[in-house]
Design a protein around this ligand. Sequence first.
Ligand code: GDP
Ligand code: MG
Length: 595
Amino acid sequence: MKNIRNFCIIAHIDHGKSTLADRLLDVTNTITDREKQAQILDSMDLERERGITIKSHAIQMDYEQDGEKYVLNLIDTPGHVDFSYEVSRSIAACEGALLIVDATQGIQAQTISNLYLAIENDLEIIPILNKIDLPNANPEDVKDQIVDLIGCDIDDILSASGKTGEGVPEILEAIVARVPAPTGDPKAPLQALIFDSEFNSFRGIVAYIRVMNGEIKKGDAVKFVNTGKEYQADEIGVLRLTQEPRKSLSTGDVGYIISGIKTSTEVKVGDTVTHRDNPCAKGIVGFAEVKPMVFAGVYPIESEDFEDLRASMEKLKLNDASLTFEPESSMALGFGFRCGFLGLLHMEIIQERLDREFDMNVITTVPNVSYIAHTKKGDKFEMHNPSEMPDPNSLDFIEEPFIRAQIITKSEYTGSIMNLCMSKRGMMTNQQYLTSDRVELTYEMPLGEIVFDFYDKLKSISKGYASFDYFLIDVRPANLVKLDILLNGDGVDALSTLIHADNAQTFGRRMCEKLKELIPRQQFDIAIQGAIGAKIISRETVKAVRKDVTAKCYGGDISRKRKLLEKQKKGKKKMKQIGNVEVPQKAFLAVLKLD
Ligand code: GDP
Ligand code: MG
């Protein structure tokens, strides 16, 4: 136990976490040349393309120093706010954290939010200035920022380059010297923290665990404290480049357990594994049920694909417990599912996986956050869909989730960022200069406003020089109304949104304008109207046109005409027939791109 070191790496995206992790594996000979491939920790294709680590993994390294042998467990953490609960559980499995800061970028929003999590869990922080090989590195300034942020001594900061390998041996030395060995009682009843899990189509669910107390042996009868379910530890082992079975895992160890579980929902991140016959007194603190925060309808483009879509969603759910879905129907879109996601990135990932892995062509409706409706009768319930909004006579009030957002930017952009945040109903609670030209702004704002195009706008007005992170703080009363869109007089439920009353007028107008751009002309006029209850607040018209695509073709070139007709038919597939109006897929997300 005294020669084990469990640590994670926290960093803002692109500051070099994966590259440095690879280097550590390299220097400790954990990967052979043959196995070496760039960014080994990011194993999903999607992850690699996006350059972000979506699912956390762990890997064990052997390391020798002064004749003493050490076992180093690196626990990788997902960097995105959508997965912050998983990050917190990974951090809880460690005693130390490498805090990586890009020497050209300085401290960014995610650096800070992940650091807070690490500090809350009493982790030993090893600050590392990375990318020092770059000519535009600014080591002195960035070191000052780090000292300001964590209050360390300037000499405690290591300098490294994941690219050239410079400074990497010193990082390993510091891990051994500064990260405390695990504590805990090997004789106590078993208490192991599940910090992640993964679905394997042959083995079922593989749970990643950190043993906090006691010992687990292959074949033990175990119990998961929070779900109350009992299993047998069919296989346990450690995580090298592959899973390596072991006979036992003891206090301080990081490894995996396979116990014949087939669905992801039975294995909850943060749960505690103990022995059935000699259970620990209580579970490890910090367990929470992950709750989806963003909801959207997902509909097949062809209604006959509904059952296929259900099958695909069920498969996705097997390895992603945080995805929720239940059938719903829409007048406009037919049968589909109301899905719950951890956040917008998670929603995008699911949409992309449906497309890539299951070849499912879907329409996703405007996402909304989860609101709490209070009725005059004193009932309260969560609304995941604008259609669940009670009618004004029975509604008492609505509450919406609020976040605390941190934005770090160059001072020249603060003015426009403040305007943006104000337009999103944000209230500034703090403004702090990190250096003479870098500012940290703290805002409290409704999560519902972030769901729309906030991040894209922030990026464009700051020319990319703003980083942003947030966490949920509470729910607050909100004056929301339901805005409906009518096409030729018929309401299109899938286009309804809940919106703050003060913004409804402008929003309705822009929505109609945007839909006018997106809905192609047809053989009759199409009236697009925005309405709150029975009151029409905006209107646009798409003028009729007689659309004859073959008219452009001169002469009797039949094959060319046929091709054009084929093309038109295909084009139609991306349309959804609503009443007598054809609406293109992207219209359902028009609201996200209003400017
Ligand atoms: P992550 O998002 O924190 O995992 O960052 P990555 O490890 O994926 O690195 C982001 C980008 O920075 C990649 O293009 C890397 O090649 C590059 N990079 C990482 N570390 C270094 C470094 O030390 N020096 C230089 N010059 N580039 C680096
Ligand atoms: Mg990465």
